[in-house]
Design a protein around this ligand. Structure first.
Ligand code: F6P
Length: 372
């Protein structure tokens, strides 16, 4: 018997989404009478007054594995449990539209959902699964903060982009004897910053998991200058906190968006370093969404394709309520419940990457960094 699969991409976009979609469509095409439909703009396609769901054929996905973004669009606002609806007086209210979603899902004869997304999207997967939908999750995020999987796709591409940018900043920092602060993404987890700092040879790496003290960073900077010359390169994750424990950003303004818009911690650190007497010129570069756009590197194309193919295999085996994962060298799955038990944050005391970074003299701006 054929199966009808609904695919959605949710949350912030990420290099490799299209490679997953292609993997799903191509693998499903090997089964008799299977069909894959794209739900446009995450679940909005099935929740909106005017349904927007599109059949995806092998022709539609030909060659898209090398393209950034997602051909079926995405959003990090709303969702079936908090769908924003404009009221007659112009105000907005959020509605639970799961009953409408179930009705339409059944009427259109869908058998399963493959939901490609990060932690927020996978929480939606789990809640939908609890309501009786047949859901398979595929882990996506450049932040790499989902646990149970060695990597999420998109992460390695983001590290590559950040490292390339970092290498460029090193040469200009050196020419001008400046301090450069490069702000990278990483809402709660410092994986991008940490990997970039090691790959690029940073002097300082500031991550959300290790609160920093500007005085300690200033001491590290001082060791980098001899006479008139010297330079220092700092990588900082957007979610980094100083000892006050506060993140830097702005409250969300868009309806249905609950996330604080992080950004500006690099500028905050510059001001803090100047306030504690750092004399060399300090410049700040914010990489922002450059890390999320464009072509996925080969590693992420492969991982994303593996995830897409595995998701279809799990639909075939009816292993619903699960998340596809990668545990080297295997692609397998865990229950959504297990996957969401704990986020994947850098563990400062036990992480080999932190130990390695400290081993090559990278300061985290904490007391422990004073020992080397
Ligand atoms: O979760 C991925 C991520 O890139 C975070 O690092 C960042 O804080 C967030 O998305 C930004 O999302 P947007 O600008 O789309 O709201």
């Amino acid at each position: 018997m054929g199966k009808k699969i609904l695919v959605a991409t949710g949350g912030g976009d990420c290099p490799g989404l299209n490679a997953v979609i292609r993997g799903i469509v191509k693998r499903a095409a090997q089964e008799p009478d299977w069909e894959v439909y794209g739900c446009m703009e995450s679940f909005n396609g099935i929740l909106k007054d005017k349904i927007d769901i599109r059949l995806l054929t092998e022709d539609d996905v030909a060659g898209i594995h090398i393209q950034g973004g997602t051909i079926i669009k995405t959003t990090n606002k709303g969702g079936p449990f908090h769908f924003p609806v404009k009221q007659a007086d112009g105000s907005w209210k959020v509605e639970n539209r799961t009953a409408l979603m179930k009705k339409r899902f059944d009427e259109m004869g869908f058998d399963a959902i493959i939901n490609i997304g990060g932690d927020g999207s996978q929480r939606i997967s789990q809640e939908l699964s609890n309501l009786g939908f047949n859901v398979i999750g595929v882990p996506k995020t450049i932040d790499n903060d989902l646990s149970c999987t060695d990597f999420t796709f998109g992460f390695q591409t983001a590290v590559e982009i950040a490292t390339e940018a970092f290498d460029k900043l090193v040469t200009t920092a050196c020419s001008h004897s400046r301090v450069f602060i490069m702000e990278v993404m990483g809402r709660d987890a410092g994986w991008i910053a940490l990997n970039t700092a090691i790959a690029g040879g940073a002097e300082v790496c500031i991550i959300p998991e290790i609160p920093y003290d500007p005085h300690i960073i200033a001491q590290k900077i001082a060791t980098r200058y001899k006479g008139d010359y010297g330079f220092c390169n700092i990588v900082i994750a957007e979610g980094a906190k100083s000892l006050d424990g506060k993140v830097t950003g702005m409250a969300p303004t868009a309806v249905g968006d609950e996330h604080i818009k992080l950004g500006g911690v690099g500028a905050k650190l510059k001001a803090e370093l100047e306030a504690v007497g750092v004399e060399p010129d300090i410049r700040v570069t914010v990489l922002g969404h450059l890390q999320r756009g464009g072509t996925p590197i080969a590693y992420d194309r492969v991982l994303a394709t593996e995830f897409g193919v595995k998701a279809v295999e799990l639909v075939k085996e009816e292993k619903y309520g699960t998340l596809v994962i990668y545990n080297h060298p295997d692609i397998s799955y865990v229950t959504l419940e297990k996957a969401l038990e704990m986020p994947n944050f850098v563990k400062p005391d036990t992480s080999d990457l932190v130990r390695t970074a400290r081993g090559v003299g990278i300061s985290f701006g904490d007391q422990a960094s004073l020992k080397y």
